[in-house]
Ligand binder design. Structure first.
Ligand SMILES: [Fe+2]
Length: 362
């Protein structure tokens, strides 16, 4: 009898424990009450509406009525189009949003919608999600996310980034310019040479009908084409007598040194070919690589003509400047050997027509 009583007590104990734990589990899994749900949706920072049949508004949260300043009593069952007209949405935006409401597939990308509240413009991102019951779509959820601040911060951040990049670029250009001035300060006879090469190159580029970007490359390329001379000893740069073979070999390094100096910044990437190849010759007998014809970058071929012209018309430590008519003859003679014939021809026309007054040197 005692055994039966003990077994009965144990079974009763486990039964009670099971009942308690089952009731606990049920409590934990139960759905939140409608009141709790209502509190959550009303405290959401985003606005939403639910559209039923015929695009009638069947549900919305408080954020929506507050955002669009519309009476909740009027909003219930209001048609989406009527609502959009009520808040004075433009016809094109109404059309865009109505079209969007028809696309309720998941891959539908959000659209932006701008609305002005008493002079204050706000941007909303609208997302649309279908509400399905047993695979039937019974409504559409429209979520309005206010992204005005986000856009403002993104724009400010991009502006800040652009300003910083510009400052950095300016600083770099100034640094290279200082190097260029240092190079020219070493040799009085080449002072102003880079500015003039830049100007002549632009004249040729314009006559050839090049793009604004190419003209800008010619301008900067001309200014910095000899920057690599910073790495050549003064004893060679300023030598008045004839250079030895070794000295000449050293001088021929300046396009490579210049290209290396400029390669440290991405902003000079596009002018490096000018700097590196402005001493190449059309017949392949130039330096540093002996490139030939059209293998020489086009802008470098232009700078080469401008550079040679200025070298000939400027006074050097070892000779006086040559008169323009002699320089014209010299360029004519070297068309197709030293110079690209078409580019040389364009420059000769400029000189012959006196488009540029070579006496106006700085
Ligand atoms: Fe040079």
């Amino acid at each position: 009898m005692t055994i039966y009583l003990t077994i009965f007590t144990i079974i009763t104990f486990f039964y009670i424990i099971t009942i308690i734990s089952l009731s606990k589990t049920k409590k934990e899994n139960q759905l939140p009450s409608p009141i709790a749900l209502q509190l959550v949706v009303n405290q959401m920072s985003d606005s939403y509406i639910v559209l039923g049949k015929n695009n009638n508004i069947t549900d919305f949260n408080e954020t929506f009525t507050k955002t669009f300043n519309i009476d909740s009593n009027n909003l219930k069952n209001m048609n989406l189009k009527t609502f959009l007209k009520e808040i004075q949405t433009s016809d094109s935006d109404i059309e865009k949003i109505l079209e969007f409401s028809k696309k309720v597939k998941k891959e539908n990308k959000p659209i932006n919608f701008e609305h002005t509240f008493g002079g204050l413009q706000k941007t909303f991102q609208i997302e649309v999600t279908p509400i399905a019951l047993n695979k039937d779509i019974i409504g559409v959820l429209f979520l309005f996310k206010d992204i005005t601040q986000h856009i403002k911060y993104t724009t400010e951040l991009e502006e800040h980034k652009k300003n910083l990049t510009e400052k950095l670029e300016n600083t770099y250009v100034e640094t290279i310019q200082t190097i260029q001035y240092t190079v020219e300060a070493k040799d009085l006879y080449t002072r102003g040479h880079s500015n003039r090469v830049s100007e002549y190159s632009i004249l040729i580029g314009e006559k050839l009908g090049l793009s604004d970007d190419d003209i800008s490359r010619l301008r900067i390329g001309g200014l910095f084409h000899d920057v690599g001379k910073i790495g050549i000893p003064d004893s060679i740069l300023q030598k008045s007598g004839k250079l030895t073979d070794d000295e000449y070999s050293e001088i021929k390094q300046h396009p490579i040194i210049g290209a290396k100096i400029l390669s440290n910044s991405s902003i000079f990437k596009e002018i490096i070919p000018i700097v590196k190849y402005h001493h190449e010759r059309f017949d392949g007998k130039g330096y540093p690589e002996g490139l030939k014809g059209e293998n020489i970058p086009y802008l470098a071929r232009i700078t080469a003509v401008a550079d040679a012209y200025d070298a000939m018309t400027s006074r050097r430590v070892y000779r006086d400047s040559l008169p323009v008519d002699k320089v014209i003859t010299e360029i004519e003679k070297n068309k197709g050997t030293q110079f690209d014939p078409e580019i040389a021809e364009v420059f000769l026309n400029i000189l012959k027509n006196k488009i540029y007054n070579s006496n106006n040197k700085t």
